[in-house]
Write a protein that binds this ligand. Sequence first.
Ligand SMILES: C[S@@+](CC[C@H](N)C(=O)[O-])C[C@H]1O[C@@H](n2cnc3c(N)ncnc32)[C@H](O)[C@@H]1O
Length: 245
Amino acid sequence: MDKHHVENRRMYDRLGRDYAEKRKSESQSFWNDQVELPGVSQLLTPHLKGSTFLDLACGPGLRTKYWQEKVENYFASDFCYSLLSIAKEDHNMLGKWIQADAENLPYKSKTFDLVLSSLLLHYFQDLNPIFKEVSRIIKPGGSFVFSFHHPFDEILSHAPSDKFPVILRNYHDEKSYQWGMLNMSFTSFHHKIETIVNTINNNGFFLDELVEPRPAPESKSINEKAFAYTNRFPSFMAIKATKRS
Ligand SMILES: C[S@@+](CC[C@H](N)C(=O)[O-])C[C@H]1O[C@@H](n2cnc3c(N)ncnc32)[C@H](O)[C@@H]1O
């Protein structure tokens, strides 16, 4: 694992329960629950029934029940021990949870119909190893659905004093950037859309569907500020990449 992964894992390990609690607050979890989840659900829903499904980087398992009810076999992995412990404690499904780095997964080749990774890919500087690994464990014709920080969002500055964000970075420079959560600073990597599409195509997949999710009108009362923001600026992108047969 490179030094950024080790550092990010250390921080997720420290955040543990605080992160899980934050995500349980409806208003604070607006981005995850009202924007990201509808995006990946839209891509996954037609394929869930009867599937063998991997929730890659499942975090504290906040989505476990949601996915488990819809699929045939639910598996989950994350590299962070403290988040995985919360997930296991809350769901008690021994044998299905594995602590593993997403670039080196202990599953047999061609195991899964669907692999989901919600908000994971921006942690990787080089996207090829993780795509190669997911391509290995997924069945031909199966799909890898993933969401990540929208490449446009990654080049904006979100200073709290700004009414609207301002463009801060050069879109063409695929550099790292820092972002904060619960007083901790995480390192992520900006990728151009061109890089993402080429990585999909170069690792045995084709780009099947892409969404830039926006919240549903009914979610406005949950967090009016976040609702207005996410209807103006794209926060996430979600893609379904299907494994070529
Ligand atoms: C923003 S959280 C998302 C959690 C979950 N997917 C969700 O949407 O509720 C990112 C997760 O990615 C995990 N993660 C980051 N880098 C990873 C890596 N290299 N291998 C496995 N998990 C990783 C973190 O431990 C954390 O649980």
